[in-house]
Design a protein around this ligand. Sequence first.
Ligand code: UD1
Ligand code: MG
Length: 457
Amino acid sequence: MDDIVGIVLAAGKGTRMKSARPKVLHPLLGRPMAEYALRAVEEATGRKPVVVIGHQADAVRQGLGPDRAEYVVQDPPLGTGDAVRRTRPYLADRARVVLVTNGDMPLLRAETLRALLAAHAAHDGPITLLTVFADDPRGFGRIVRDEQGRVQAIVEEAHATPEQKAIRELNVGVYAFDADWLWPALERLPLSPKGEYYLTDTVALAVAQGREVRAVPLDDPTEAIGVNTRVHLAEAAAVLQQRIVRRWMLAGVTFIDPRRVYVEDTVTLGQDTVVWPDTYLLGDTHIGPECELGPNTYIRDTQVGARCRVFASVLEQAVVEDEVDIGPYGHLRKGAHLARGVHMGNFGEVKNSYLGPGVKMGHFSYIGDATIEADVNIGAGTITCNYDGERKHPTYIGRGAFIGSDTMLVAPLRIGEGARTGAGAVVTKDVPAYTLAVGVPARVIRRLPRPQSSDET
Ligand code: UD1
Ligand code: MG
C-alpha cells in the first residue's frame, strides 16, 4: 500500500479564461500551468499524482503527457467532492493519506505540501487543510472557527452570510485526508444549492462526528494565487518569474536588472554568466558558464557553451560551442551549429549550417545549408544562394578558405581548402583548393601557394 497519494483536481471548465485552450494547459514560464502542481505533489509524496480531468479530457491528457500522471475522468463535473470520489476505485486500497490540490495553483510549493502532511500526521483528526489570510477574498471559501478557534466549517462565498463574508481566513483548496475516513464521508456529502458536491463540506461532517479539523495558515500568501482569469495568470507569472530569477542569482548568475528579463522555468544557466536587460530565454535553452547575454536578446531551444557573448541577437534551435561571439543583430535559425571561437558579427543569418572552429563572419551575410570548415573567413555581404525556387542545395567551404566581400555562392557548390574568391564574385562552379576565382560568373584565374601541411587535392 502506498502511504500518501496526491490528487490534482483539473476537471473544471475554466470558463473565465475565455479560451479555447483548457485552463490547466495555459503556458506559464515554459510549462503548462498544471505541470507546476504535478511537480509539487510528486516532490511531496514521492510518487506520480492522480489527475482528475473532465473538460477537454483528451487535450489535457495529451498536453500534460499520457505518462505524466494517472488520469481519472470526471464527466459531468459535479463538484470538487464528486471529483475526489471518482478516484476511489483507483486509490481505495492504495493510500493511507490522500493529498488533494488544484491544477490551477501553480505557485504552491512542495515544502508547503510537506508541512501540511507533517501537520496532518501530528494530530488525530481526519482532515488538515491550508488556509490563507487575505484582504481580497477572491471568491474563496471562508474558514468558520468557534470561540476556541476550532475549525467548524468552510462556507462558500455564494452561500455565506454577510458576517461570514467578512472572515479573512480563506480556504486554499488544499487538503490532507485520512483515506479510510474520506471515502465513506464522500458518499454522505449533501447536494449543494448549486447542484454540486463540495469537498469543503467534509469539514462540517468531521466536526459533527466530534473529530478535529486542523488548519495550517500559509506563510507566503502568494502561494495561494489560483488562476481563474488571465489577470491571475499574469500575477502568477510575475511571482514565478521572480522565483526563477532568484534561484539563478543564488546559483551564481548575475542579472543586471532582475525585473527586465524573461527566463522560463525550463532554462538553465551556468555560473558567472551575466544577463543584461531585455533578454528572453525560452524552452530547452541551456547556457554555459561565464557568458554574457543581451541586452535585447531572444534565445529559444538553444545550447550555448562557455564564455560566449550574445548581444542584441535572436537564436532559435541552434547549438553554439564555447567562446563564440554573436551580434549585434545576429540570427541563428534551426540547425545552426557554431563551433568554438566563431565570430559572427553584424546582421548575419545562419540556418541549417555548421561553422567550424574560428570561422569569421563579420558583416551582412546569409549562410544556409552549408558546411564551413575551420578558420574560413566569410567576407562582408557573402550569400549562399541555396534555393533555386524549388529546392535547397548545399554549399561546402574547405578549411582556411577566404571568401571575398559580396561573393554569391550559387549552390550546390564546393569551395576547396585554402581557395579565395574575389570581391563581387558570382560563383556557379566548384572552386578547386588553393586557387583564386573572380568575376561574374567567377572563373579560376590563378593557383595559390599551398602550405606544406595541406592534404586536400
Ligand atoms: C474551491 C473551494 C473553495 C476554495 C477554492 C480555492 C469547493 C466547493 N470550494 O472553490 O472553498 O476557496 O477552491 O481555489 O471545493 N474541479 C473538478 N471537478 C469539479 C469541479 C472542480 O475537478 O466538478 C476542479 C477544478 O478544475 C479546480 C478545482 O477543482 O482545479 C477547484 O474548483 P473550482 O471550481 O475552481 O472551485 P472554487 O469555486 O474555486
Ligand atoms: Mg478555483
